[in-house]
Design a protein around this ligand. Sequence first.
Ligand SMILES: [Zn+2]
Length: 278
Amino acid sequence: MQVHTVGDGTPEVAVVGAIHGDEPCGVRAIERFLDTEPDVDRPAKLIVANERALDRGVRYVDTDLNRCLPGDPESDQYEERLAHDLMAEVQGCTALGIHSTVSYDRPFANVAYLNERKREVAAHLPVEQVVDFTVVADGRSVELPGFLDVEAGHQGSAAAVDNAYDCLLAFLRSTGVLPGEPPAPDPGYYEVTEPIYKEPGRTYHFLGENFVRVGPGDRYATVDGEPIVADEEFWPVLMSDEGHDVLFGYRSTHRGALSTLPDVDHSAEAVADEATDD
Ligand SMILES: [Zn+2]
């Protein structure tokens, strides 16, 4: 793991690239940012997480880093140990993880256990959608109290690097590391309701578009050429033919604009903050 620090003092803001080694856009964005020799108002960490997987151009070496947090320093699996080290680095930080996908070209944000701190950051990223993964939470970075992810676009594309860089700048503005106003696009909020798994050995083809409503009775995919019909409405997320061996994608519910969500902060952290307010 590489940890670059800008500014003086102990950083409370972090950007993390290469949580998945075959998604290099975050690392390229971090390099682009460091090359500008930025003048910052408060310190930040720029972290290249899974160097071993990045070097090999693979998602992970032993196990998925974004499914094994908080990790284990004694594990014989590389990513389990790395997860433990990454947790120590981002402890107490507001953090942005940068990813990319094979299912969608434009950037969108991922959260879980939404609180006001995460909502504030998500509201100022240059994205049209925020996806809540709380129901499938299983050792992902977004489960941490100050951690959000962005999916910057198509894996390996130049556009994903540009999007990642825009998200990095917006994040550093909204956290006060960089001067200037971040964007405020008021993205739509999509709550994942369930994963859709593939049956082994069968060929899946997605007929719809991610974030575009599928209605009851709509044919949204084929399996071995046979249509699959939706029994109720949903909004597809990360759905793709080839993106994953066993996962076809997720069903979600569109909750409306992020700004219209009711008060979201029921975390223990928020309750503690409230109690110590003057
Ligand atoms: Zn990823």
